[in-house]
Design a protein around this ligand. Structure first.
Ligand code: FAD
Length: 473
């Protein structure tokens, strides 16, 4: 259904958009177009913005054309990969939206374990392309999420301890800058830009292509989910903490609290679920580790066994469909003693509804071996990363569930370590962008990011992101 555009016509902008249309390989969609409402929609259904035009890119050359049009018209620009930004940054009110979604090709150089990914590819696109070669790129846990935004912010998932974040496995990126330059960024070429791309989000340019180093998957990956009813969670978290103390890094666990969706047939009460993926070659060693956890904290229900990698990676897709309403907060922390467990279980027990998840990612391993200053990701030493994530369907719940995430976040502050993971952050209104970025990245990394922003985007063309505000020349 087309939307009636209430804005006064602006002949200069309309002319520029007409002109832009003639240069595109892809399509330009305006409010009167029947495809407009679908084209403007992002994952987070709370973000309901109306761009002046959406360009669904048909080639890398379309990136150049859109950046030129944004510079010439002064229209605010948004860039979209998979459209899963929790804060809704991949759309814009009254501006120009560059949707890279149609560019989804994935090329696998199996001999060199390199995977080159176009900027609209989803995690599932990459998994499906690599698995047949026995390879996997470390990505997140939901298959429809975009590789681009995930990687530019971090990328936490089932291979984080064994292989680090997605951005730790990025070998190089092709970038189109605000000035329209095409740059190759890697450790060798434009290394400072490469540093900033790995954690600094889309602040420095449009990434037209990502090349990752993939890891070999073992003959079979062992996947498990141990389920626990409320009432046992304190003991189970203590056991989890002891289990994680010397855990080999091929074991990648996430402890979650949530009401499971109806198709799990697990009732309407919340569950604690310890999910894990073992990617060591020796499957028995993984089974032995699972047995250690089982002995220390016998699950009420469990599933354990070799998994199909693509199915495992997309098992949660239907839980968080596009159009869900979302507000997320995150906290890095290292203590998981009685005091912290009391607080965690306190707010986790309040989640009696479907639509809020509380995930504790166990970090360490390869993630922690990367020196903090090697990338712009804010914190490498915290043992755990808490993600309080919302994915509810009903607008009437917006205020209550947003407040729940805020309050849970506040209750964890006494134990919080430095840094915020920008990809696990919801939209805030009226806050000081510079202060928010300084808090997320820490003062030193933030200062280095500002210097990079001044160099590559001094006029802040790329500002629909966790913004690094440039300082005036
Ligand atoms: P988009 O919304 O398209 O973009 C996000 C940001 O990146 C925007 O600022 C955008 O302008 C910018 N951007 C996008 N593409 C480019 C590009 N090519 N060049 C420059 N800038 C660009 N994160 C994890 O780490 N692990 C998870 O397991 C995980 N699971 C998730 C599950 C769901 C259901 C959701 C909604 C999010 C999840 N996330 C996870 C968070 C995820 O990392 C972010 O939402 C991320 O932004 C998604 O990337 P995207 O390309 O889909 O985002």
């Amino acid at each position: 259904m087309a939307t009636t555009d209430q804005r006064a016509p602006d002949p200069r902008i309309d002319g520029a958009l007409q002109e832009l249309r003639t240069h595109l390989v892809g399509e330009l969609i305006r409010p009167e177009d029947p495809l407009y409402d679908e084209a403007r929609m992002v994952w987070n259904g709370m973000i309901d913005l109306h761009p002046r035009a959406v360009v669904r890119a048909g080639s890398v050359a379309d990136i150049d054309a859109v950046l030129r049009a944004a510079r010439d018209t002064g229209l605010a620009l948004a860039v979209r990969g998979g459209g899963h930004s929790i804060a809704g940054y991949s759309t814009v009110e009254d501006g120009l939206l560059l949707d890279l979604g149609p560019l989804r090709a994935v090329q696998v150089d199996a001999a060199n374990q390199l995977v080159t990914v176009e900027p609209g590819a989803t995690l599932g696109d990459v998994d499906r392309a690599t698995v047949g070669h026995g390879l996997a790129v470390p990505l997140g846990v939901v298959g429809q999420t975009g590789v681009a935004g995930l990687t530019l912010g971090g990328g936490v998932g089932w291979l984080t301890r064994s292989n680090g974040l997605s951005l730790d496995n990025l070998e190089s990126a092709e970038v189109v800058t605000a000035a329209g330059e095409h740059l190759h960024a890697s450790e060798q070429e434009n290394p400072e830009l490469f540093w900033g791309l790995r954690g600094g989000g889309g602040n420095f340019g449009v990434v037209a292509s990502f090349t990752f180093r993939a890891r070999r998957l073992p003959g079979s990956v062992l996947g498990g989910n141990f389920f626990y009813r409320p009432g046992r969670w304190k003991d189970v978290l203590s056991a989890f903490e002891r289990w994680t103390q010397d855990l080999p890094e091929e074991m990648n666990p996430i402890a979650s609290f949530l009401v499971l969706p109806p198709d799990f047939e697990m009732g309407q009460d919340p569950w604690m679920v310890i999910g894990f993926a073992w990617v060591g070659e020796d499957q028995q060693a993984g089974l032995d580790l699972a047995e250690q956890l089982r002995a220390a904290a016998p699950p009420d229900e469990e599933e354990l066994g070799p998994v199909d990698w693509v199915e495992w990676q997309s098992a949660l897709d239907h839980v968080v469909p596009k159009g869900s309403r979302g507000y997320w907060k995150n906290v890095s922390f290292s203590r998981l003693d009685e005091e912290v467990i009391d607080v965690l279980v306190g707010f986790a027990s309040e989640v009696t509804w479907f639509g809020t998840g509380i995930d504790i990612h166990h970090m360490g391993g390869a993630f922690a071996r990367v020196p903090e200053e090697a990338t712009a990701f804010p914190n490498r030493s915290a043992k755990y990363w808490l993600n309080i994530n919302g994915f509810w369907p009903d607008p009437a719940e917006d205020e209550r569930l947003t407040n729940f995430a805020r309050q849970a976040y506040a209750r964890m502050q006494p134990f919080a370590e430095h840094g915020q993971y920008v990809n696990f952050l919801g939209a805030e209104t009226g806050h000081d962008l510079t202060e928010a970025a300084r808090q997320a990245y820490g003062p030193d990394t933030h200062q280095r990011l500002v210097a990079l922003k001044n160099r590559y985007d001094p006029h802040n063309l790329f500002r629909r992101n966790h913004n690094i505000v440039p300082t005036p020349a």
